[in-house]
Design a binder for this molecule. Structure first.
Ligand code: F6P
Length: 556
């Protein structure tokens, strides 16, 4: 798809939004006081998620103008193009079809893209992953000594790690007893060394997860893991014994099944996917095999159903009630009109502790771009830094800056009503106490505390200014019944589509990631110098050369 992006800054909606912003004085206290229907009008149901947008710095006019902007830049058309399988990943000339990964079996009309029966292929791989997961979970799959698997070690990085580890952590209550999954990602050898510590090789299964099967970190870690396995098992230095150990203790997930075979993993033990699944959009593909083993195929299918429910909402709900659309547009409002540089995601659910890290790749690898999909420079600011930590820990660390700093930091608060562990402290429901913080924080951020209110507490006049909270700090509250596989899928899909909306408004290809290539290439070029090659060291720029020389002098 090579159509030109519509430059959002030239639209009449953009112009109107600029004018609107210049006359708007955010006043959440006043807006709520004057408009008893605001909370209800700006709260939405999205599958199992209740999403309250009312504490954002918008009026009805802002929302209407943002929706007009979406219309003028063609968000809906671009979405339909994506769903049809057009090559909206322009710089890689690929379709973008992560939504196809979660279409239910038998969905009609069938999705055929570039001559490929996508639905058939997706269901085929899903069935293979499910059958394998069942074998591992039931103990039918055994290692070389005939013992069942107790630990799965997923080796992957970026999208081949962040999704599975985040989801595994989030869905811990669904993990089968007696099974554990560990995740190795970093090429720092510490990572592998620590993750295999204490493992019994006879009950360990490695999953090498790499879309390209060419990623230096993953292949290096896979070789280290293979060496560890042979050594720990005491495998004789004999090809067939070594192959047998690999066959029983290694499987792979990749789009490059030829490279999987070259590594020594039997293609029968490899699970494929396709180039139209971006790494950061792949947790719901075979990349989620470790998760499927841990929680089981049924729960994995529930996870996919959660994604699909949000896909359906995004594709079919009218714009005024379309939650991903509205949230994506709010982000545009904050970045391009109110000057926000960052966006906090604050789960009030400890099991979601890796969700902000997951979202960093999803959002920042997708929208950290300076050129549009037609190669022209962007005409406005793109992308924001996503970050966060679970509450309440964050409250005791960085919330000070969100409450009283000079920067505008829109924040999403995510909570579930029913905890997996409903503990009591005497008579006190501890989770309810926890959620009191979730409710109180957005209230404090929105409405603040005036100088008069501070004085009324008897505060010494000299410190009144320090205790004033300005309020008008925007938040979105997301509340789900409980953290089920489906709810997790819904949350992920929500943020995927928010990211998509922003990318379309900015006219960028949210599905390539050329920005990570240069560093990878230079690491390979610098490697000989770091290994002590004098000519390679000489070829470096002065700063890099002196740093490497220092490193070499520090080596024991
Ligand atoms: O370096 C960026 C990246 O290409 C990500 O987009 C991707 O998720 C990660 O590397 C891992 O890639 P692969 O799955 O091919 O090993």
């Amino acid at each position: 798809m090579s159509t030109q992006p519509i430059d959002a800054t030239t639209t009449s909606a953009w112009q109107a939004l600029s004018e609107h912003e210049s006359t708007l004085t955010p006043d959440l206290r006043g807006w709520f006081a004057a408009d008893p229907g605001r909370a209800e009008r700006l709260s939405f149901e999205l599958a199992d998620l209740h999403v309250d947008l009312s504490k954002n710095l918008v009026t009805d006019e802002t929302v209407a103008l943002l929706l007009r902007l979406a219309d003028e830049v063609g968000v809906a058309d671009r979405l339909q193009a994506m769903l049809r399988g057009e090559h909206i990943n322009v710089t890689e000339d690929r379709a973008v079809l992560h939504t196809a990964l979660r279409r239910p079996a038998g969905a009609r009309p069938a999705l055929v893209v570039d001559g490929q029966d996508v639905d058939h292929d997706v269901q085929e791989v899903l069935a293979k992953v499910a059958a394998f997961a069942d074998k591992v979970r039931s103990g039918e799959w055994t290692g070389v000594t005939g013992k069942r698997v107790a630990t799965v070690v997923n080796i992957g990085i970026g999208g081949s790690d962040l999704g599975p580890v985040m989801a595994y952590e989030a869905l811990k209550p669904y993990v089968q007893d007696g099974l554990e999954v560990r995740f190795v990602s970093n090429i720092d050898p510490t990572d592998l060394a620590e993750k295999v510590k204490g493992l019994d090789p006879t009950t360990t299964l490695f999953i090498v997860a790499s879309k390209t099967f060419g990623t230096l970190e993953t292949l290096t870690n896979a070789r280290l893991a293979r060496d560890w396995l042979w050594e720990q098992l005491g495998t004789p230095d004999d090809e067939s014994a070594r192959n047998e150990a690999v066959a029983k203790h290694f499987v792979a997930v990749s789009t490059a099944l030829d490279k999987v075979a070259a590594f020594g993993i039997d293609p029968a033990n490899a699970f494929g996917f396709w180039d139209w699944v971006g790494g950061r959009y792949s947790v719901d593909s075979a990349i989620g095999t470790s998760l499927a083993i841990a929680i089981g195929p049924d729960a994995f299918r529930d996870f996919l159903a959660g994604f699909h429910a949000v896909d359906e909402h995004f594709a079919t709900t009218p714009a005024e009630r379309n939650v991903p659309l509205l949230m994506g547009l709010l982000n545009v409002w904050y970045v391009n009109f109110l000057g926000a540089h960052t966006h906090a995601v604050l789960p009030y659910a400890q099991y979601l502790h890796r969700f902000p890290a997951y979202l960093q790749q999803l959002t920042m690898e997708s929208n950290g771009k300076s050129v549009r999909w037609d190669g022209e420079a962007v005409t406005t600011t793109t992308g924001e830094v996503f970050w966060g930590e679970p509450g309440t820990n964050g409250q005791h660390a960085f919330y000070q800056l969100i409450h009283q700093g000079t920067r505008l930091i829109p924040a999403d608060f995510i909570a579930v009503a029913n905890p997996a562990h409903p503990l009591k402290d005497g008579d006190v429901d501890v989770h309810a106490l926890f959620l009191a913080n979730y409710f109180a924080q957005t209230k404090a951020l929105a409405f603040g505390k005036t100088a008069d209110e501070v004085r009324a507490e008897g505060t010494d006049e000299a410190i009144v200014p320090a205790r004033v909270f300005s309020g008008n700090r925007p938040t979105t509250s997301i509340l789900a019944p409980s953290l089920t596989p489906s709810v997790l899928g819904q949350l992920i899909a929500l943020y995927e589509h928010i990211t998509f909306v922003q990318g379309v408004v900015w006219g960028i290809d949210s599905f390539d990631q050329w920005g990570v290539e240069l560093g990878k290439k230079l690491a390979l070029e610098v490697a000989p110098a770091v290994q002590g090659d004098a000519t390679a060291l000489d070829a470096q720029d002065p700063s890099t050369k002196s740093l490497i020389a220092k490193y070499l002098s520090l080596r024991a």
